[in-house]
Design a protein around this ligand. Structure first.
Ligand code: ZN
Length: 568
């Protein structure tokens, strides 16, 4: 039974490496020494219990650290966790090595399901102890990248701003403000282009080297394995990108034209598209307390499970939403397995993003809440593309409740939310196609990479013009996309999930009860199946099948037509 504690009552324990190593050695030895399936199953259960407790401690530390990055106690604890994590992954690797090759594997598969073993097989193909120094180097390079971006200090408007603060000016209602902010950004990028380009070059060679050490031709297949993609490959992804190019890019070009017509801009630049409406972007009708109240109303109306879920979040202090000094940036959803509790972190700042947290991160948290009783830890959360279906679909289930969140701006929000969701797809495939090319041509120079990026973006996002921003004009937009550096090939997942979420959006319009039931069932599956099986079991059309994108988009075109965007 999970203890019924509130977040502030959770014990704060800093793990000691010595204790952990001793305990893990013992538990792993018990697994490896087992002579039959029954003993092995008991030993695995003990290991699972302990690793759940460890993961809970690690999550608590991470959350506390992200809430108070200026608290020395938490910074020290987080440093400790960073040191210990590679040691822990080595234990999982030893277990995987043993149980995938053991004589009684079939009996274990019967108990735990074959998919767990497919995951282990994939993780073994993607990992070898001899790669550890390369992996440490990879982490180091990624942090160097994060530090350059996070440490950006740009003088603008009489202030010194970081990139996200400057980003706000690029959405300003005044075109001149947008333009000068974009020029300041471009200047900063120009000054750091060489340093960032060098980091990427090192990462590409490092990853290519790791792939070759494991016997792969290049990093592509290894990258897929690292993401746990057991049921689709690069060829299927390339064909899927072609669907987006054919069925979504022309629609986006039309939407962009309309947007510029409404704004009255004759020769738009890339930053002009950040402003959706002449009257400004939609803003929520209240702050945290108000929005939480509205969210509770929404989750209560959606269904009994979601009502119980949101009440649980409120009663157990599992929401920390408003921006404060000391908090890290961004937003995320995590969980504490020993308490069977999800947690949502964000930085409310009075923009429509605040509502997205309550719907998008809320969707992630709801899925965890519904699968928290799954016994096998590997089956609680699915792979990343599946995870985003839960969150992105919830954004659409939330549509009928937007009057509560936005008041008079509700219609504006819905229209811009739908446009954003559709318009994201061409950018998503740009980033993905670029990465495939990079790892298939690891010896290309920085200039060649930029030229390739420029060629791809001209095909998929031809509306973007960089007349006043010479660095971006060279094809360097990707330098600011952190996924390209830290999580190769991950980006396409958002687009795959979006195409699935569109299906929920469409079904919700036709028959809410049926669509909601289907969604709850999907969430309850947790991570029991790989992506394509999960879709099949839940009657969601497979994005890789030709025609799926077109079918998902067609009804949305009709929804778009119900809005008169010139009035906003
Ligand atoms: Zn998400």
């Amino acid at each position: 039974m999970a203890k019924d504690l509130k977040f502030s009552e959770y014990p704060f324990k800093v793990p000691s490496e010595k204790t952990i190593v001793a305990k893990c050695e013992k538990l792993v030895k018990d697994i490896i020494d087992s002579k039959d399936a029954k003993t092995c199953i008991t030993a695995i259960k003990k290991w699972n219990k302990y690793s759940n407790t460890l993961n809970t401690q690690v999550s608590i530390i991470y959350v506390l650290y992200s809430l108070e990055t200026d608290n020395k106690k938490y910074v020290k604890a987080q440093d400790k966790v960073n040191e210990i994590s590679p040691v822990l992954s080595n234990y999982s690797n030893r277990i995987a090595k043993f149980i995938t090759k053991v004589s009684f594997r079939a009996e274990l598969e019967k108990k735990f399901g074959a998919y767990l073993f497919e995951m282990y097989d994939a993780s073994l193909k993607a990992f070898d102890e001899k790669l550890i120094p390369d992996m440490i180097e990879e982490n180091k390079l990624t942090s160097e990248y994060d530090q350059i971006l996070g440490g950006a200090q740009i003088e603008f408007d009489g202030k010194v701003l970081n990139l996200s603060q400057l980003g706000k000016y690029m959405q300003d209602k005044d075109q001149e403000v947008r333009k000068s902010a974009a020029i300041a950004m471009d200047k900063w990028l120009g000054e750091h282009e060489e340093a960032i380009g060098n980091i990427y070059d090192k990462l590409v060679h490092l990853r290519d080297g790791m792939a070759k050490k494991l016997g792969f031709d290049n990093f592509v297949e290894l990258g897929y394995l690292r993401l746990g993609r057991t049921d689709y490959n690069a060829k299927m992804v390339a064909d899927y990108r072609a669907q987006i190019a054919k069925d979504v890019v022309p629609l986006c070009n039309k939407l962009y034209k309309e947007q510029m017509k409404n704004l009255g801009i004759k020769k738009p630049q890339y930053y002009d598209y950040n402003l959706m409406f002449k009257s400004g972007n939609p803003t929520p009708a209240g702050e945290e307390k108000y929005l939480i109240e509205k969210a509770y109303e929404m989750y209560s109306a959606l269904g009994t499970e979601s009502k119980e879920f949101f009440k649980f979040m409120m009663d157990h202090e599992l929401l920390d939403l408003t921006a404060r000094k000391g908090k890290t940036t961004g937003g995320y959803c995590t969980s504490f397995s020993d308490y069977k509790a999800p947690f949502i972190f964000s930085n409310f700042n009075g923009t429509s993003g605040d509502v997205n947290v309550l719907t998008h991160e809320g969707g992630h948290a709801f899925q965890y809440y519904l699968s928290r009783d799954i016994k096998i830890p590997e089956y609680v959360n699915p792979t990343l593309e599946s995870c985003e279906i839960h969150s992105m679909s919830m954004e659409f289930f939330a549509w009928p409740y937007m009057e509560g969140f936005f008041g008079k701006d509700a219609e504006k929000y819905k229209y811009s939310h739908l446009c954003d969701a559709i318009e994201f797809l061409p950018y998503g495939i740009t980033i993905d196609e670029f990465q495939h090319w990079v790892y298939e041509n690891p010896n290309a120079t920085h200039e060649e990479r930029c030229a390739k990026f420029h060629e791809i973006e001209s095909r998929y996002t031809p509306h973007k013009k960089y007349d006043f921003t010479p660095t971006l004009a060279k094809g360097t937009y990707w330098l600011r996309q952190s996924h390209v550096f830290g999580s190769p090939f991950y980006y396409i997942d958002y687009t795959l999930a979006q195409v699935c979420a569109f299906q929920f959006a469409n079904e919700n319009l036709k028959d809410h009860d049926k669509a909601w039931k289907k969604y709850v069932k999907l969430c309850k599956c947790g991570g029991k199946y790989p992506f394509l099986t999960l879709l099949e079991k839940n009657h969601i059309r497979n994005p890789f099948v030709d025609g799926t994108v077109k079918k998902a988009i067609a009804p949305l075109k009709k929804v778009l037509a119900t809005f008169d965007s010139s009035k906003f």
